[in-house]
Each structure stands twice: as structure tokens, then as C-alpha cells.
Write a protein that binds this ligand. Structure first.
Ligand SMILES: Nc1ncnc2c1ncn2[C@@H]1O[C@H](COP(=O)(O)OP(=O)(O)O)[C@@H](O)[C@H]1O
Ligand SMILES: [Mg+2]
Length: 151
């Protein structure tokens, strides 16, 4: 299996390839993990989340939760909290949404437009950045801070 954090940068040529990357990431996730997704509209974030859901054995279609902010998917290896901050402006509006309950909960949180909640994310969050590079091409970059480790 490819190590997403060693390779770091991937270029996909179809939605299926982006979904497959999400599935690969899902294999290494454990409860409590937070995955922060950034990238413009249409860059493939939701497509990638569909791959994560599939990798966690969650049945059923993952839709963009733009109108509900949080969608919870259960019945897989562990709960998937799909959070989409597209309609949330940075700052005050974030408070009172109760997102901490998910982010510090016992499932995996995957957050679209995560740059809008930067101060709320744990340090150990995995970051995945999406770039539109062509009609069916996307560049996808993985980043994970080394955990623990003395200075
Ligand atoms: N390589 C690719 N990876 C992901 N999506 C792609 C790719 N090529 C084309 N697409 C299309 O781009 C769109 C991505 O939409 P979506 O995943 O909802 O983006 P976002 O959640 O970032 O707004 C979909 O319509 C998908 O079919
Ligand atoms: Mg989306």
C-alpha cells in the first residue's frame, strides 16, 4: 500500500482515483482522528470523503452536507463525522455549533473548508489540500505532523 505521507503529493485523473485515495487514507485512520480538507469548490473534497466512507465500510451515499454542516454516518468501522464549513464564515459563527463534540469525539472527523476552523483543530490533525489542475485532474497533498517525539 502506498504511504500517503511519504509520497505526500498525488495527481489524480478521475473522481474514481480521488475516491481511491480517500479509501487508502481510511485504512490508516483510528477513532479520534481529524482530517482537515482545504481547496476551492469543485476541487474534489466531497469525492475524497466518499472514498473515506467506503474505506470505513459505511454503506450509503455520502452527500455534501453544506446545508446541515454536520452529517453523521454510523454502521461502519467507527462513526464518520462529515463536517462542511462552506456556509460558515470565519470567526464568531463557529462558536456554538458544537463542533468540538465531534472533533474530540470517538469517531473520525473529516472537515471540508477546514481553514475556517483552524483554531479549533487539534495539532495532530491530518491535512489534505486539494488543487484543481484540469477538468479531470486534481493535485492532492497530504500532511501530518510528527506526533510526540522529544524536541
Ligand atoms: N480527478 C478528480 N477528482 C475529484 N473530482 C473530480 C476529478 N475530476 C473531475 N472531478 C469532478 O469534480 C467535482 C468535484 O466535486 P466535489 O468532490 O463535490 O468537490 P468539493 O467538495 O471540493 O467542492 C465532481 O463533479 C467530480 O466528478
Ligand atoms: Mg464539498
Amino acid at each position: 500500500m502506498q504511504d500517503l505521507f511519504t509520497e505526500k503529493v498525488f495527481n489524480t485523473n478521475s473522481p474514481e482515483e480521488t475516491e481511491a485515495l480517500g479509501r487508502s487514507l481510511a485504512r490508516g485512520l483510528t477513532p479520534g482522528d481529524v482530517v482537515a480538507l482545504t481547496g476551492e469548490l469543485g476541487s474534489g473534497k466531497t469525492c475524497f470523503v466518499q472514498g473515506i466512507a467506503s474505506g470505513l465500510n459505511i454503506k450509503g451515499y455520502v452527500k455534501s452536507p453544506s446545508f446541515t454542516i454536520v452529517n453523521v454516518y454510523e454502521g461502519g468501522a467507527f462513526p464518520l463525522y462529515h463536517i462542511d464549513l462552506f456556509r460558515v464564515s470565519t470567526g464568531g459563527e463557529l462558536d456554538g455549533l458544537g463542533l468540538e463534540e465531534y472533533i474530540y469525539g470517538d469517531g473520525v472527523s473529516v472537515i471540508e473548508w477546514a481553514d475556517r476552523a483552524i483554531g479549533m483543530l487539534p495539532e495532530r490533525a491530518i491535512t489534505v489540500k486539494f488543487f484543481y489542475t484540469g477538468e479531470t485532474q486534481r493535485r492532492i497533498e497530504f500532511e501530518r505532523r510528527e506526533s510526540g517525539g522529544a524536541g
